[in-house]
Design a protein around this ligand. Structure first.
Ligand code: MLT
Length: 256
């Protein structure tokens, strides 16, 4: 099933895949990419304007992204930018549709599946949403979603994230939590990745440490790895100019 999406601009398709528990609006700071690329951002199933599907597995989401590109008439290979859950989906796109990828940017994400403890936490979070609602979960997640510098110095970013997350329906959140808990190990997908790949991590990210992302980047032949200072997990919102510079330079050097 196609996903709700927005597109602007012309040129090489550049597709933005959002994090959990947000939606495509988290990529508003990256709107200027539409000046040079065909910028596309999607909402995963149940989030924002997308309808919920029976499964919210990472593979279902990946298939939804590709259906959406088909329905938008995107025939050529696209560049994908996936942040955290968006990166999990991007790895599924690389597994199932390797021929559709021109280049991949993995931001604040991991190829490893959940540990037993991580899976249990997802189940606990599902129960929190069912019993206490989405807002309760969002308040519990907010401290880790953003870096300590952002919590101290960028109150508007904290409010943006809170606003987008609180707007999500409980069913979307629960579906995505299940989908993320069921993820399999994608390390071998990284080993086989043939396209240019960018890996970016926030120095203050406590959800996925920079050292883990560096290890992922080393598995990919044609890759580069960068750490952005003074940001945490949602670095595209925390210091958009830093991420945008990295993506722009990567595209100029490796893709155009
Ligand atoms: C995200 O930002 O998408 C989440 O932190 C991913 C996760 O919970 O594993």
């Amino acid at each position: 099933m196609s996903l709700a999406s927005e597109q602007a601009g012309n040129g090489i398709p550049l597709v933005f895949l959002h994090a959990f528990p947000l939606d495509r609006r988290m990529w508003a700071p990256q709107e200027s990419f539409a000046k040079h690329y065909r910028r596309i951002a999607v909402d995963f199933p149940g989030f924002n304007e997308s309808r919920l599907t029976t499964s919210s597995s990472m593979e279902t989401m990946a298939r939804g992204v590709m259906k959406t590109l088909d329905s938008l008439g995107v025939r050529e290979k696209a560049v994908f930018v996936g942040l955290s859950m968006g990166g999990y989906v991007l790895m599924q796109i690389a597994r199932v549709f390797p021929d559709r990828i021109r280049a991949a940017a993995f931001v604040s994400t991991r190829s490893a599946p959940d540990t037993a403890e991580g899976k249990q936490k997802r189940l606990d979070n599902i129960e929190i949403v069912q019993k206490q609602g989405v807002k309760k979960l969002v308040e519990l997640q907010l401290p880790a979603l953003l870096g300590e510098t952002t919590h101290r110095e960028r109150p508007n970013v904290v409010e943006t994230v809170r606003g987008i997350a609180n707007a999500q329906p409980a069913d979307a959140i629960i579906g995505a939590l299940r989908g993320m808990a069921e993820r399999s190990d994608m390390s071998t997908v990284l080993d086989g990745l043939q396209c240019p790949a960018l890996f970016v991590s926030g120095a203050e990210d406590t959800i996925i440490k920079s050292s883990e992302m560096e290890g992922m980047a080393k598995r990919v032949k044609n890759s580069e790895f960068h750490v952005v200072e003074k940001v945490g997990h949602l670095l595209s919102l925390e210091r958009p100019e830093a991420l945008d510079d990295l993506i722009n330079h990567f595209l100029k050097r490796r893709v155009l």
